[in-house]
Design a protein around this ligand. Structure first.
Ligand SMILES: C[S@@+](CC[C@H](N)C(=O)[O-])C[C@H]1O[C@@H](n2cnc3c(N)ncnc32)[C@H](O)[C@@H]1O
Length: 208
């Protein structure tokens, strides 16, 4: 009961604050400014990406957690972009095959329960040549000490942060899902604990 209270009434506000860490906002800007037209955002959260879309007309905002989505209300109201809320999960997308040019994930691929299924769905709904734009914290590629901590602490992190895995090797998973990397780099962000500090920013395409 206490845990449910935490999940419903405390975690959404913590998320809203932590996700506004300045170094994360800088990464949002870099990732989102070049995107145009229509976008599916998986794990829309509290709507923090909205101000960074400069040439986007429609955002399909997939967010299964209504307590979190409620905190996006003001940002949606203040935005000129048409935002359509979808309450489903990224493991089963309600779009036809080859339908979308752009999908965005900012710190959501760590949280989906079935990551392979989710990536297969994103691949399915993207047009050939379409792009998944992502920024995510990842398994540290070199530092074995941090890797060990990431594996050790993931069960606790999943409980505290709504399913978040600290130890996903997303570059490998994206490659295995059939995506081609168009842009890819990793960076340690300021203001985030070391176990979640290594970020992957990437644009990956479904082959044309
Ligand atoms: C760490 S938050 C990131 C939120 C937002 N993308 C941002 O950048 O601030 C992860 C989000 O993914 C959502 N989420 C979790 N599992 C999901 C799933 N299976 N499909 C879609 N969204 C999911 C959560 O409800 C949460 O809003």
């Amino acid at each position: 009961m206490l845990y449910k209270f935490y999940q419903q009434h405390i975690f959404p506000h913590l998320l809203n604050q932590v996700m506004q860490t300045p170094s994360l906002m800088d990464l949002r800007r870099e990732l989102l400014l070049p995107i145009e037209g229509e976008v599916l955002e998986i794990g829309f959260g509290t709507g923090l990406n909205l101000p960074f879309y400069q040439n986007v007309d429609v955002v399909y905002a997939l967010e299964p957690n209504l307590e979190i989505f409620q905190l996006a209300e003001t940002r949606i109201r203040d935005s000129a972009i048409l935002v359509e809320h979808l309450a489903g999960k990224a493991e089963q997308l309600d779009f036809a095959d080859n339908r979308l040019e752009h999908v965005v994930s900012t710190w959501t691929l760590c949280s989906v329960q079935q990551i392979e299924q989710c990536l297969a769905e994103i691949y399915r709904v993207l047009k050939p040549g379409g792009c998944l734009h992502l920024v995510e914290h990842v398994l540290h590629p070199e530092n074995l000490y941090i890797q060990r901590l990431q594996h050790l602490l993931t069960p606790l992190q999943k409980r505290l942060a709504d399913g978040c895995h600290l130890n996903r090797d997303l570059a490998l998973l994206l490659q295995q899902a059939g995506f081609e990397f168009q842009e890819k780099y990793e960076i340690d962000t300021a203001g985030i604990p070391k176990i979640g500090q290594r970020m992957l920013l990437a644009r990956v395409r479904k082959p044309a």
